[in-house]
Design a protein around this ligand. Structure first.
Ligand code: NAG
Ligand code: NAG
Length: 536
């Protein structure tokens, strides 16, 4: 897979780094180091599975108990989101996010307890000596750091971004795109949280000297062009990201990594989506434990959602809207526990099977433990289970069954990058009259419109803002106003930003807004008129 040439890579920043791993490996594609006990492997993966089931049940139940009028965006039924989005002051307590993970990666601390670092400079001029203000400068600092962004930005990397232990990359409050060469590498580290960023159009990067700490530089060879590569690392949580159009994988987790949760992400436009496990002879991956939850596997994906080897994989409450070849697959006897997903098969009658076993005789794979429980099969989809039938024993041992896929729309409604509505249209005031009036629309040449405040108080009927993005985007070049999100109903303070055709925007160097300000003004007038109509 990824060819790595490390010169000097012994990270000593944390006492519980992966001592058991063979840090001396220079090229790992054929190495099969004997790691029998992985430091962060959970001794009872089934207990982690039950804990996820319990937390989803609690969040959904809490929401169900509310009367309709009181439900708002903050109680979605999604236990991760419900943990932090109910706090209107989340911005002053960003580190609380680190309490909100579920599944095998739930202990990922990220930069919790460290300083906040603000990325102000989207450039990537020098991988060996990154200037302060850049993302690269932040990710190589010693100790914990909570990295945020001063505003919307497109970070075009020139080389792999090697992230050191105890870092959070937190894109909330801004539209952050990371693209270019190399993209994100999480190698031989622990405690990383990547949250709410777009990662797309990642391409292989060439040889380079790249800084990995204030005192260390490493030599890197050509990379694969993954969106995010997690290698020999643990306690990793990737949440609410949007990933598409990379050269190799969107997220690859390999080389003895474990304690990983991949949640609330949106994946589109890609062949090999997610590889969990390095190769069939890399037995160190037998300690791999990964939770794949609440993701939306969207348009134009072919395979590997995920493709697993050796370890334990909990694939729970994800929404699959078609695949090219298969959805969940693997080799080397992985345990796959598929619960409460919605699998929508493609039209092609030859590709209705959710599952795929690679390069193995049926007599062998019949022993692998692949279970499907509470999954919703749509359009002829079918899941071929194998292994011992654990359901009776499971039901007995478990006080909590997995949530059925009937809640999937609710749980995955905001998969992908969350964007605050306030950075879009004009100001919406007067909410309780059942709609509200847009005042203070964006002045021409302003940086992007006013603020939508409290568009629907509890109990009101709320208003509907149609195509808020088409009213001119946020004034940045990233969001030229294509109306990508459709409708925001009155109760939402956030929308999910995933529908933009990145291909046409990012393949050109042009950074000019595509919609002239006159149409901004016209659109705002249209919204005002629309809301007036709603009120009357
Ligand atoms: C790495 O190599 C050195 C020197 O050959 C050896 O002393 C050390 O134990 C090795 N470390 C690991 C983790 O294999
Ligand atoms: C949550 O679990 C309880 C107890 O097992 C069950 O009665 C209830 O139906 C579950 N709720 C949902 C929404 O599945």
């Amino acid at each position: 897979m990824l060819r790595i040439t490390w010169s000097c890579i012994v990270l000593v920043c944390c006492s519980f780094t992966l001592h058991a791993l063979n840090l001396n490996a220079t090229s790992s594609s054929s190495s099969s180091s004997k790691i029998l006990v992985h430091p962060h492997q959970h001794p009872d993966p089934q207990a982690v599975v039950h804990d996820v089931n319990r937390r989803v049940n609690e969040s959904v139940t809490r929401r169900q108990l509310l009367v309709v009028q009181v439900r708002d965006q903050c109680l979605t039924g999604n236990p991760i989101d419900d943990c932090w989005r109910c706090d209107p002051n989340w911005e002053s307590n960003r580190e609380h996010l680190a309490d909100c993970a579920i599944g095998f990666g739930r202990e990922a601390l990220g930069g919790r307890g460290g300083n906040v670092y603000v990325v102000t400079d989207p450039s990537d001029p020098d991988p060996e000596n990154p200037p302060p203000g850049t993302l690269r400068y932040g990710v190589v600092q010693a100790g914990p750091l909570w990295i945020i962004f001063s505003g919307n930005m497109v970070i075009k990397l020139r080389y792999e971004l090697l992230i050191s232990s105890f870092k959070t990359i937190d894109g909330r409050g801004a539209n952050v795109h990371i693209t270019g060469l190399g993209c994100l590498i999480i190698y031989d580290v622990t405690n990383i949280i990547i949250h709410n960023v777009h990662i797309h159009h990642c391409k292989p990067s060439g040889n380079a000297k790249i800084r990995i700490s204030p005192t260390q530089v490493t030599e890197r060879g050509r990379s694969d062009g993954d969106g995010i590569s997690v290698l020999a690392s643990s306690k990793i949580w990737i949440d609410h990201c949007f990933l598409s159009y990379c050269t190799d994988g969107l997220i690859d987790v390999t080389e003895g990594s474990t304690a990983v949760t991949l949640s609330n992400n949106m994946f589109t436009n890609h062949d090999k989506v997610m590889l969990l496990g390095h190769s069939d002879d890399f037995t160190a991956d037998s300690g791999m434990q990964v939770t794949v939850a609440f993701n939306h596997f969207g348009d134009d994906l072919k395979e590997r959602m995920p493709r697993c080897r050796f370890g334990y994989f909990h694939v729970v409450n994800n929404d699959y809207t078609q695949w090219g070849m298969y959805a969940v697959g693997g080799s080397s006897h992985p345990t796959i526990n598929s619960q409460g997903n919605r699998y929508l098969a493609p039209q092609d009658n030859n590709n209705k099977e959710v599952t795929k076993r690679m390069d193995t005789d049926e007599s062998e794979w019949r022993k692998w433990n692949w279970r499907s429980e509470g999954d919703l099969m749509v359009n002829g989809a079918f899941f071929v289970t194998s292994g011992a039938d654990m359901s009776p024993q499971y039901a007995e041992a478990s006080s909590m069954s997995p949530l059925s896929a009937s809640y999937i729309d609710q749980l995955t409604a905001t998969a992908g990058v969350l964007v605050e509505q306030r950075s879009d249209a004009g100001t919406v005031t007067n909410p309780s009259s059942g709609g509200g009036i847009v005042t203070n629309p964006a002045a021409p040449g302003s940086s992007g419109g006013g603020v939508v405040t409290n568009p629907a108080a509890p109990g009101s009927k709320g208003g509907t803002v149609t195509n808020p993005v088409s009213s001119g985007g946020d004034g940045s070049s990233c969001y030229p106003g294509q109306g990508s999100t459709g409708t925001i109903t009155g109760t939402s303070g956030w929308y999910t930003d995933n529908g933009i055709d990145y291909g046409s925007i990012y393949n050109s160097e042009a950074r000019t807004p595509l919609v002239p300000m006159t149409s901004v003004i016209l659109s705002v007038i249209a919204i005002v008129a629309f809301l007036h109509r709603t009120c009357s």
